[in-house]
Write a protein that binds this ligand. Structure first.
Ligand code: SF4
Length: 321
């Protein structure tokens, strides 16, 4: 994805990631300025703007307990930016991001040093790259991903999960690092068309998954959020069959399932956009941590349905339950 407008903060104008961005996107309108990004490009929708800013500390943040899925292992996410050019209607960033446009930090060496220190202090940490952004969304992010992967290689007990809906897999370090897992976020194609505008189609994601399996990467499949509008069973049965086919050549993969849930503000925003479909005409109830979600019997039925169809070749975990 190439943004239409690139805002470069003066403090990072000399960083190599900024040079990589300008080289990879020669046609982008770029401005070096401190001005508010929407004032720089007033005619552009926020998701068509990208800001490259300076990281000022606090890269490694603990994942909320309700979002963790690895029993007994600490999980954290990397805040090396926020937002992405996708416009998923269920994206929780809608209600908590402090800016409406995508931002990536460009002083990569400072972030790599902070990650190194965090892993020295917590050697079995599982870090998520892709919790509040998409690390494959833009064509110049290889130095960022590569720097983090290089840090992980010095900490054999740690693991980094790169989670994406985008398909620029040639940005990934090669050969596959031992403690990098590349996880694709998937949904049935008709639901992705409706709820995930601005992201690559599901067929393209499945093709990327199959290609990485053949290249020997450790992989992940994330069905989170699972959406349950009327008739969800047929769409998810087809998706499960496609996932099994895409993982045929994989030697190491895992699968995480989580049904749609969120704070009332997010569920309210989805409902305003989509009355009566994924939210099943207001059947949502309060679940853990003050969130709203599907009623428990429906959640359990959906998780069982998916588990049965995804097979036993790879471990399946749930989150949000
Ligand atoms: S791809 Fe991820 S980060 Fe981007 S809008 Fe969708 S859910 Fe949010």
């Amino acid at each position: 994805m190439t943004p239409a407008g690139l805002v470069i903060r003066p403090e990072v104008a000399g960083e190599s990631l900024v040079r990589a961005a300008l080289a990879a996107m020669p046609a982008v309108q770029a401005r070096v300025t401190e001005a508010e990004a929407r004032a720089v490009f007033p005619g552009l929708a926020p998701w068509r703007i990208l800001v490259l800013d300076r990281f000022k500390g606090e890269l490694v943040k603990p994942l909320a307990p309700a979002e963790c899925s690895l029993a007994g292992r600490p999980e954290a996410f990397l805040a090396c930016g926020v937002n992405c050019p996708g416009r998923c209607r269920y994206c929780f960033l809608k209600t908590c991001a402090t800016v409406p446009y995508p931002v990536f930090y460009a002083n990569v060496a400072d972030m790599a040093a902070e990650l190194d220190a965090a892993l020295a202090a917590a050697p079995d940490l599982y870090v998520h790259l892709g919790h509040i952004l998409d690390p494959l969304a833009y064509p110049f992010l290889a130095p960022l991903v590569g720097a983090f992967a290089a840090v992980l290689e010095r900490h054999a007990g740690a693991m980094m999960e790169l989670r994406t809906k985008f398909t620029a897999i040639d940005l990934l370090p090669a050969p596959p690092p031992a403690n990098l897992r590349v996880a694709f976020s998937l949904a049935p194609a008709p639901m992705a068309r409706r709820y995930e505008p601005g992201t690559p189609g599901v067929k393209a994601r499945l093709r990327a998954l199959a290609l990485l399996a053949r290249r020997g990467y450790r992989l992940g499949v994330r069905l989170d959020p699972v959406l349950l509008p009327d008739g969800w069973e047929a769409d998810y049965a087809a998706l499960c069959a496609d996932i099994r086919a895409a993982l045929r050549a994989a030697e190491d993969a895992d699968i995480v399932l989580g049904t749609l849930r969120g704070p009332p503000a997010l569920i309210g925003a989805i409902r305003a956009d989509d009355p009566g479909e994924a939210l099943r005409r207001g059947e949502f109830i309060r679940t853990r941590d003050g969130k709203l979600g599907y009623p428990r019997p429906l959640r359990l039925r959906a998780l069982r349905f998916l588990t049965e169809r995804l097979g036993t070749r790879f471990p399946i975990r749930t989150c949000g339950e």
